[in-house]
Ligand binder design. Structure first.
Ligand SMILES: [Fe+2]
Length: 329
């Protein structure tokens, strides 16, 4: 077993600081932490000495942050950045850290000094979970306001969002797709926007009881294109992360009426040319429409709607996703 290094007396003073401090050897093995580190993270000193300093990582810090840290420390240059770690309680810990390499009698040590971002000036930093919450609410407001003329809209949108979450998580697990959590969340958040293009539809057609004429149908079939246009107009001024999630939203808005056999609209795309996220939302949207009452139809029973989805897998719907969906019930 490799012998654990003793902490040189020259570094002892760092442990007296009020900020959380961690000291490691050159392999990032923890040699010492101070009281602040223990009380902020909830981890007891005796239990974490000898562990790799990264044991506390969440998967929310970007890879580029770790790469820049590694490159800098390799050159023995101090590094500062923002890390999102996880406390013992499971709560996220957003902190700004400075890591300074120290060479003492040919041995290399790293001193990490953390400062919790909550202590920084207001407006400088918005924690990740808050940011996600704000974005989610914004999307909901946008979606509802685009369809405000329909009193049942909010419930429909929430149901679509909830069912999208259940379907995508189950499909991901069942087929071991290993989809990125961020991508999954983008799909869930964006599903609520699928019909924002209905804002541009004349009410007389949108809520017409009975069958549509072919020209009325052509107008309705414009709603994915109008929706994408609304989205593009609003997202230009928003930050990069948000725009990344907008690509998923745009795919859902544009392609949620495409069909697996290429007979859908507006582009007659077929099978896997239809983005995955749109194939997911398409099934959920149709299911919720069938099981709800509309001006032109009564609600179907769950069983009848599921057998419709079963009969149309490989025609309207991605057969694998349809399979997962049916098995949810
Ligand atoms: Fe639609």
């Amino acid at each position: 077993m490799k012998k654990t290094l003793q902490l040189p007396y020259q570094l002892q003073g760092f442990l007296e600081l009020g900020d959380a401090v961690i000291i490691t050897d050159s392999n990032h093995i923890i040699l010492e932490v101070n009281d602040s580190y223990q009380s902020i993270t909830g981890f007891e000193r005796a239990k974490i000495i000898g562990l790799k300093a990264g044991f506390i990582k969440s998967n929310l810090t970007s890879k580029s942050t770790y790469i820049s840290m590694k490159n800098s420390l390799k050159e023995l240059i101090p590094w500062s950045g923002i890390l999102i770690n996880r406390k013992k309680s499971g709560e996220l810990w957003h902190s700004s850290i400075t890591i300074t390499p120290f060479k003492i009698e040919k041995e290399l040590f790293y001193i990490g000094i953390f400062r919790a971002l909550e202590q920084l000036k207001e407006g400088l930093y918005l924690p990740e979970n808050k940011k996600i919450e704000v974005q989610r609410e914004l999307l909901k407001v946008l979606a509802i306001s685009c369809e405000i003329r329909d009193p049942g809209t909010e419930e429909h949108l929430i149901r679509v969002q909830e069912l999208t979450e259940i379907l995508i998580k189950s499909h991901n697990k069942k087929n071991n797709l290993q989809l990125e959590p961020r991508y999954i969340n983008n799909i869930i958040h964006s599903s609520i926007l699928h019909d924002i293009g209905k804002a541009g539809m004349p009410e007389g057609i949108l809520y017409k009881p009975g069958a549509l004429t072919s020209s009325e149908r052509k107008i309705i079939e414009m709603h994915p294109l109008i929706g994408a246009d609304i989205l593009n107009k609003m997202s230009k001024e928003i930050n990069y992360d948000f725009i990344k999630s907008m690509e998923v939203a745009e795919n859902i808005i544009l392609y949620h009426h495409e069909k697996w056999d290429g007979t859908g609209y507006p582009f007659n795309l077929e099978s896997e040319k239809i983005p995955f996220e749109a194939r997911i939302v398409s099934i959920v949207d149709v299911f919720d429409a069938l099981t709800s009452r509309r001006p032109y139809k009564d609600s179907w029973s769950k069983q009848k709607a599921l057998s419709y989805i079963d009969q149309n897998k490989g025609k309207h719907f991605d057969p694998l996703i349809a399979e997962t969906f049916i098995n949810l019930f």
